[in-house]
Design a protein around this ligand. Structure first.
Ligand code: ARG
Length: 244
């Protein structure tokens, strides 16, 4: 047929059935976004983080195993469309543009923050102060979008956020724009190198992306998430990674 989503045609096995049959569900992530998804310092071949724990809990509700698939961020939705994995769960904001290629189940909400080198050498206190400055961001993110909207700014893009941050640390960029939990994480554990300035902005929903045409999988994930919120698991995972 001409349908793109697996199992979108009647009579075919749905993606949800396929996942249940094979006994695991694949979750795409770029894997370099603490505290959301990042290598376990104790055991670097394993990913840990908020998205990983919540993904595991969702998989468990569906009665299957969780498998993380690490992919480049800038091709992550294309890979979903071509069926390389079942979902994307990687702190992805739900945007109109992305909703053209995938369906989303919202599981979180967050803003963005400006992060600068320790000591704030350029005296940056707001988005306004970024006019004409050099901003390093991860390519293909909503953070890049914000940076592109700043008058006179030079925007340098990187495949991962740690690379963008390094650019700030070595002084080749004046600032980066990061999702709030990630900004707080770095300012906390690498407080000798970075600090965040001002208040979070652009608070927006974050979702699990499912390729179009898999309504049953979307509904199963939504139901699992509702249950996890009801039985306290969601709050437990939240507290583990973000405190109280
Ligand atoms: N929240 C931003 C976006 O949706 C950035 C997400 C980047 N995620 C990651 N795992 N590196 O575009």
């Amino acid at each position: 047929g001409t349908g793109t989503g697996a199992g979108s045609e009647s009579g075919e096995k749905s993606l949800l059935d396929e996942i249940k049959e094979r006994g695991y569900m694949t979750f795409a992530t770029d894997g370099a976004y603490p505290p959301m998804e990042f290598p376990d310092p104790e055991n670097p071949s394993e990913l840990i983080g908020f998205d990983i724990d919540l993904g595991k809990a969702i998989a468990e509700k569906l009665g299957v195993e969780h498998r993380a698939v690490v992919v480049d961020w800038d091709g992550i939705l294309a890979g979903l469309e071509s069926g390389r994995y079942d979902v994307v769960m990687s702190s992805m904001n739900i945007t109109e543009e992305r909703q053209k290629s995938a369906d989303f189940v919202q599981y979180f909400e967050m803003g963005q923050m400006i992060v600068v080198a320790k000591g704030n050498p350029k005296g940056i206190h707001s988005l306004d102060d970024l006019k004409g400055k050099v901003i390093a961001v991860q390519i293909g993110t909503t953070n890049e979008e914000i940076a592109r909207g700043i008058e006179g700014a030079t925007v340098k893009t990187f495949q991962t956020f740690p690379d963008a941050l390094k650019e700030v640390h070595v002084g080749r960029a004046d600032a980066t724009i990061l999702d709030e939990p990630v900004a707080r994480y770095y300012a906390n554990i690498e407080g000798d190198k970075y600090e965040f300035v001002g208040e979070p902005f652009e608070r927006a929903p974050v979702g699990i992306a499912v390729a179009k045409g898999n309504e049953d999988l979307v509904q199963a994930i939504q139901k699992a998430l509702d249950e996890l919120k009801q039985d306290g698991t969601y709050d437990q995972i939240y507290a583990k990674w973000f405190g109280g």
